[in-house]
Structure formats: C-alpha cells, structure tokens
Design a protein around this ligand. Structure first.
Ligand code: NDP
Length: 235
C-alpha cells in the first residue's frame, strides 16, 4: 500500500468550533495546516495543538473581512511553504435575536462581509497559491437554502449564506481551468458557540463526515451544495 500524500490545508476561524475541529482532524491524519484566526495570541486550544504537532501546524492572523489582512496572510505563505491543497472557508458570524420590524443595516453588512464577501476575496487572494486540483470548502448552512425556508429565522445570516452559495457556484466557474473542486456544505446543527442550545451533533462527527465527502469529491462535483453526508441541499 502506498502512503497517502500529505496535504497543505488552510482553515479560517480555526480557534474554536468547527474550524478548530477541522484543524484537529487534518493534523491527526498527517496533513499540514495553516490555521488562521483573528487573535492567535488568545487561541489557547489551537496553540496547544501546535505543541502536539511540531512543524505541521502554523498559526497565522486573519480577519476575513479585511483585505489588508488577506494580503498579509499571502505574504506569510512562502514561510509556511508549499501550495495549498485544501482551503476551508469556515469563519462565520450569526447575529441572533433579529425581528421583522426592527431590522437595521448593520447586521446585514457585517454578515455579508464576513460570510460571503470575505470567503470570495480570500479565495481570490489565495488562488495563485493553489495546487492543480485544489479543493475549496465553504461552510454554508441550510438557513441559506431558499428552497428550505420555513419561517422568518436569522435573516442577516440567511441572506449572507444564500450569497455564499452563489459565491460557491461562481468560484467553481472561476477555478475550473485549474481543476479545482469548490463545495458548499451544510454541516448539520453542530454543538459549538454558534450552534447554541439545542444542537446535538458533536463537531467531531460533523467534520469527519464532511472530510469523507471532500476526500471523495472530484471536479465534476464542483459548485454543489451538500449536506455532510454528501447529499444535495436545495439552493
Ligand atoms: P463559532 O461561532 O463557534 O465560531 C465562529 C468562528 O468564526 C470563530 O473562530 C470566529 O473567530 C470566526 N470568525 C468570526 N468572524 C471572523 C472574522 N471577521 N475573521 C476571522 N474569523 C472570524 O461557529 P461554528 O464553529 O459553529 O461555525 C463555523 C462555520 O459553520 C460558520 O461559517 C457557520 O456559519 C457554519 N455553520 C455552523 C452551524 C452550527 O450548527 N454550528 C450550522 C451551519 C453552518 P473569533 O473567535 O475571533 O470570534
């Protein structure tokens, strides 16, 4: 049996929740991870992982909403070394408690910048560093599925994730000639700070399932919106 080629993966929002779990599982299977977060100095769990996997985890600062921060990350990449095999656009924000009649622009602007425009512009900035056949995973949500709407829930989040789904479809087009595979995922209702009360799915289970789908995905799957089991979610 030949040894599996070790991948270079870049994860956003890697300090907690689903992003931390992606980082943990990718390291555990032998991959190299550039783990990004807003405040590396405060990322206790992430920095502990660096000690357990010397030389395979690099923690770098990134605010997904700031173009300057994208450029600084790109400047640091040669120090990490190697093209990017897998980009996980995981960082996201959900403003809860929104009600029709009291909506204002602020939450929409923040959600749109963080959940949709940020992943698009970061992917654009990193694309020159992608290997041929790279994979891009966008953490979307069924709340951004227009075909699954069943109430007036989290509108700024829902609108921004619907936009992220279009970002996924457009990136699949933009990156097709490089043989890239771009996927949007609904991970399930996951036990994290964002998942909150009621979530029952451990982050470890959600990430393990998504990685199985990512590993099996090919360019013919590019631009699809899937649940963690690899089944299509309505747009
Ligand atoms: P958490 O709220 O637990 O974590 C969110 C992560 O995003 C944190 O690391 C946070 O960093 C980071 N982040 C937020 N804003 C920025 C920014 N401007 N720049 C860089 N990083 C930022 O969420 P989850 O782990 O639950 O969610 C991860 C992804 O999965 C999100 O995109 C979410 O929408 C999606 N998702 C989650 C579901 C769930 O049930 N949990 C369901 C469906 C989708 P910081 O610590 O600095 O705030």
């Amino acid at each position: 049996m030949t040894a599996r080629h070790s991948l270079h993966c870049l994860v956003t929002g890697a300090n907690r929740g689903i992003g931390l779990e992606f980082t943990r599982q990718l390291l555990a299977r032998g991959d190299r991870v550039t783990a990004t977060c807003r405040h590396p100095g405060r990322a206790t769990a992430l920095n502990a992982l660096a000690g357990e996997h010397p030389g395979r985890l690099h923690v770098l600062p990134l605010d997904i909403t700031e173009a300057k921060s994208h450029a600084e990350l790109v400047r640091e990449l040669p120090l990490v070394g190697g093209g990017i095999d897998l980009l996980v656009n995981n960082a996201g924000v959900l403003h809860s408690g929104e009600r029709f009649g009291q909506l204002t622009a602020g939450n929409f602007e923040d959600s749109f910048r963080t959940n949709a425009v940020g992943p698009l512009l970061l992917t654009q900035a990193l694309a020159p560093h992608f290997v041929t056949g790279a994979k891009v995973v966008n953490l979307s949500s069924v709340l951004g599925s227009i075909g699954s709407v069943d109430g007036f829930h989290t509108p700024s989040y829902a609108v921004s994730k619907a936009a992220l789904n279009m970002v996924t479809a457009l990136l699949a087009q933009a990156l097709a000639e490089r043989g890239a595979t771009v996927l949007a995922f609904h991970p399930g209702w996951v036990m994290t700070d964002m998942g909150g009360d009621g979530a029952q799915l451990p982050a470890g289970d959600a990430v393990a399932a998504m990685l199985r789908v990512v590993d099996g995905a090919t360019p013919t799957d590019s631009g699809r919106f899937l649940n963690r089991h690899g089944e299509p979610v309505p747009w």
